[in-house]
Design a protein around this ligand. Sequence first.
Ligand code: FAD
Length: 385
Amino acid sequence: MNSIYFSPETDAFRVRTRRFLCERIAPHLEAWESERRIPRDAWKLLAEEGLLGLHYPSAYGGRELPFFHSVAYLEELGRLGHSGFRGAMSVHSYMATTYLQLAGDHHQKLEYLKPAIQGDKIAALAITEPQAGSDVSSIRCEARAMSVGDRYSIRGSKAFVTNGLNADFMVTAVRMSDGSAASTGSGDICLFVVDARAPGVTRTPVEKVGWHCSDTASVQFEDVVVETGQLLGRRNTGFFWIMKAFQLERIAAALLALGEIDYALELARRYANEREVFGKTIAGHQVIRHRLAELMSHTEAARQLTYHAAWLHSQGKSAVSQCAMAKLRATELAVEVAGQCLQIFGGHGYLSEAPISRVFRDTRLGTIAGGTSEIMREIIAETEL
Ligand SMILES: Cc1cc2nc3c(=O)[nH]c(=O)nc-3n(C[C@H](O)[C@H](O)[C@H](O)COP(=O)(O)OP(=O)(O)OC[C@H]3O[C@@H](n4cnc5c(N)ncnc54)[C@H](O)[C@@H]3O)c2cc1C
């Protein structure tokens, strides 16, 4: 790839990763999609290729590679064209486990991060609640100190937990309660790493429009006992860590969307060059050629914006606005590209079995999950105005 951001090593890594994903993962995706599950072996396969810990420290089994290896990996994951799969893997490596790396102590990293990198434990992130999504500071799930020992009891509900059924542990946002009137705001939010099979945890699958192979669950916590050792970071610092981790989450969402756009454009490009109407290929008609050219130029602009945000992030620089811009641009573009590419397929694109119809369903989630487009615009306005 001819880019200032990628070295020959990252390019070689990208080629190897693409080959691995195409040969070892892609052949199974249709089956996993219709079975509505991803087998645990898939995490193990990716771990054996070293893909679950690219940016994590070697002390916990990671590879400590420069961040643009992750950039290449996330784009390649998106290019598989199955958002459910990329959703499951990116939540595992770039969302849930981020909190262990940022706020976890050595013991917690050995207990949870290391096995996650090795593909032995599956991670989920439980922040959203039935009544609290965009407004994280209004979560109600609470933890109360128990009278015996260094323990807390968690009670409440979480919604839309990706990997919720498969997970071995869930990084869970709760409000620390002292038993008095329910508190509000962000000051007393804490993060616990909760074992998904602990007594009192109930996980219920939810059906979705797309992302079929990815399992999504509602989770109920009924007096789930956790030890002090499961608290990530200091008490009442959860909101700070969530806001910090959201930057990486948004870069990842943008990169995955760009991969999906590449996949959709490639499907449309091939079809437009094969299918003939009125005596020439569809791509031979100027309106279609220009539409594809337009989408490709928007893609390049969104890609450069995202690489810039990723570069700022990799340099440890503040990039709140750029991460939000990248997520906004890339995920909204993915929705547009999916719709325009489906149009190029005509009626054939509207069949359930057509890959482009899956992309059409799946990309729709991009502007909602991990912070909606409205929230991205709000962040940009707050930072820039
Ligand atoms: C398949 C799937 C997987 C998910 N995975 C996870 C996961 O693993 N972990 C997790 O914690 N969450 C997960 N989520 C939740 C996701 O992040 C939330 O759905 C998202 O943050 C939006 O929250 P909400 O659905 O409660 O919408 P709401 O916050 O209720 O928003 C509803 C609408 O109001 C708009 N809105 C909200 N606030 C404003 C405002 N200030 N100004 C203007 N408009 C506003 C929103 O943009 C949206 O259009 C997942 C969701 C789905 C569907």
